[in-house]
Design a protein around this ligand. Structure first.
Ligand SMILES: [Zn+2]
Length: 295
């Protein structure tokens, strides 16, 4: 039984969860956009889950990773959330809450471009997943670019304070390549019932993305036990809730060749932080900043 579960889990290890914000696309739209936007060696299998999301299963982990780390994408002109499939994946709990987003730090001071510093800076916003090639190789100094998993239920920060080694603080601007809206009332991404901006009311024809997903504790794709077979990749776990997002100073654990970053002696490393090393960075094509789904 145990073995069977592991075998079944392994079948899905190279899968991604894909959720289109606002409207569930047809499989045809999905196929077309995937064929046009994703650079994969084999067309992935697409499965629709009744909760409103898709499971995209790739033949090769390499394809999965390339897609995962090369967003943001759009499907039928709607933004999509792409996440690694995990055995304990709970769509209602996680899919619309913890979202990886590419984030730029314009004019980041050059002495902050080390992987440890980047990881630490990224941790002020969420769980840093990786840096793009130009950031890792420091070949484009106008901004650093990190993929960071953001908790949408927390306020989006557009500025963070970086503390230099000499005690000097710098107010660092934060640019989100895709800035999602999150409704705390409905616990869904795509709109915000709590916001009533007079300016927005004037825009009569403004499009609103309202997910059709109903809350159903359906779990066709769940399994009993995790099997993380992800090559050199480590998928960030989400077992630790951030209780004080504004003031907390999350511990940074840099894996692979990087040393653990000790920011504060009382902090314990709570979240594995797989900001990966240069040698294993999954690069975007050309390593440039233009996401393939944006054009
Ligand atoms: Zn709402």
């Amino acid at each position: 039984m145990e073995n069977e579960i592991e075998i079944e889990s392994a079948k899905w290890a190279s899968s991604l969860i894909l959720y289109v914000i606002g409207e569930t696309p047809t499989i045809k739209d999905l196929n077309t956009d995937i064929a046009n936007q994703w650079k994969v060696s084999h067309p992935p299998e697409i499965f629709y889950h009744s909760e409103g999301y898709f499971v995209i299963r790739f033949k090769e982990m390499e394809d999965r990773n390339r897609v995962l780390y090369s967003g943001p994408y759009t499907i039928a002109n709607k933004p999509v959330i792409v996440k690694p499939w995990e055995m304990d994946f709970d769509f209602q709990k996680e899919a619309l809450r913890m979202v990886p987003i590419w984030i730029q730090f314009p004019n980041l001071p050059l002495n902050c471009w080390g992987m440890n510093s980047l990881s630490r800076i990224g941790s002020t916003l969420g769980t840093p997943l990786l840096a793009d090639e130009c950031t890792a190789s420091q070949t484009r100094l106008s901004y650093a670019r990190l993929l960071i998993e953001i908790d949408l239920t927390q306020p989006i920060k557009h500025n963070i304070v970086i503390e230099g080694s000499n005690g000097r603080t710098i107010n660092q601007k934060v640019v989100y390549e895709w800035e999602p809206i999150y409704c705390k009332r409905c616990t869904k991404a795509g709109h915000d019932c709590g916001v009533s901006k007079p300016v927005e009311r004037k825009k009569k024809a403004q499009e609103k993305w309202v997910p059709r997903v109903q809350a159903q504790p359906d779990s066709e794709l769940h399994h009993e036990k995790e099997a993380r077979k992800t090559n050199e990749w480590t998928i960030p776990r989400r077992t630790v809730a951030r209780e004080k997002p504004e003031t907390s100073n999350p511990a940074v654990v840099v894996m692979n060749t990087y040393e653990m970053l000790h920011m504060d002696p009382v902090i314990e490393p709570v979240i594995p932080n797989p900001l990966i090393d240069k040698g294993k960075l999954p690069m975007q094509e050309g390593g440039d900043l233009i996401p393939s789904g944006a054009g």
